[in-house]
Design a protein around this ligand. Structure first.
Ligand SMILES: Nc1ncnc2c1ncn2[C@@H]1O[C@H](COP(=O)(O)OP(=O)(O)OP(=O)(O)O)[C@@H](O)[C@H]1O
Length: 202
């Protein structure tokens, strides 16, 4: 099952493309980096690949088919700000359940404490909340993970703990990953291949 972007183009304003003609293929089990200057459209691409938005040109395909319109998306996106990714009126338990049954080993490996499950999002630190977002993105139906500055706001220990967990799951379940980050060392360490978006292709 491959994740592909073919001829992708997106514009927020008519007549002004953020990018056009972008091609990308991620294979199962592949960890690919994406680097580029601020504003070149990395987050926009992440949103297209995970089905949050539709491209204005080209298409996103999973195994040659469009992403499912309803239900759990096999392409999961985790971005930098976990507080924007959760329903503030849901308990953490309910937020996790959105992804189905998360393997208990994943919760343990992410050091998610049982007592946190009954809390509300505003009763957790940003780092604690991000661990839940990562766990939720690793639900049983996930085939690809798009990590958009996923650990940028975290301390080095949390960052290492999260990536160790993610890479273990990725290897065990043969998931594909796109790592979007300005942290060059992190990208070099994790990824077998790095895509450079040096110039916005407008
Ligand atoms: N909702 C929006 N409405 C209008 N313009 C937007 C919107 N979101 C992003 N943009 C613009 O689109 C361009 C690409 O933004 P995007 O967030 O995809 O870039 P990025 O490469 O991820 O940047 P960074 O590395 O700073 O996170 C930027 O010029 C940004 O100002």
């Amino acid at each position: 099952m491959y994740l592909e972007g073919n001829g992708l183009g997106y514009s927020y304003r008519k007549g002004s493309w953020i990018f056009r003609g972008k091609e990308l293929v991620i294979a199962p089990g592949e960890v690919v980096g994406l680097e580029g200057p601020s504003g070149c459209g990395k987050t926009t691409l992440a949103r297209l690949l995970a089905g949050y938005d539709k491209p204005h040109e080209g298409k996103v395909a999973l195994n040659g088919e469009p992403l499912p319109e309803h239900g759990y998306c096999p392409v999961q996106l985790v971005f930098q700000h976990p507080e924007k990714a959760v329903n503030p009126r849901w308990s953490m338990q309910r937020i996790l359940q959105e992804a189905g049954e998360i393997e208990p080993g994943i919760l343990r490996s992410l050091a998610i404490e049982d007592v946190w499950l009954s809390r509300w999002p505003n009763e957790l630190s940003g780092g604690e909340l991000q661990r839940f977002c990562v766990a939720r993105a690793l639900g049983p139906g996930t085939r690809f993970l798009i990590a958009d500055e996923m650990t940028t706001m975290l301390d080095a220990i949390s960052q290492a703990q999260i990536w160790t967990t993610v890479i273990e799951v990725v290897q065990k379940r043969n998931l594909g990953v796109l790592v979007i980050s300005h942290e060059r060392n992190l990208v070099r360490r994790l990824c077998s291949r790095v895509i450079q978006w040096n110039e916005p292709s407008k």
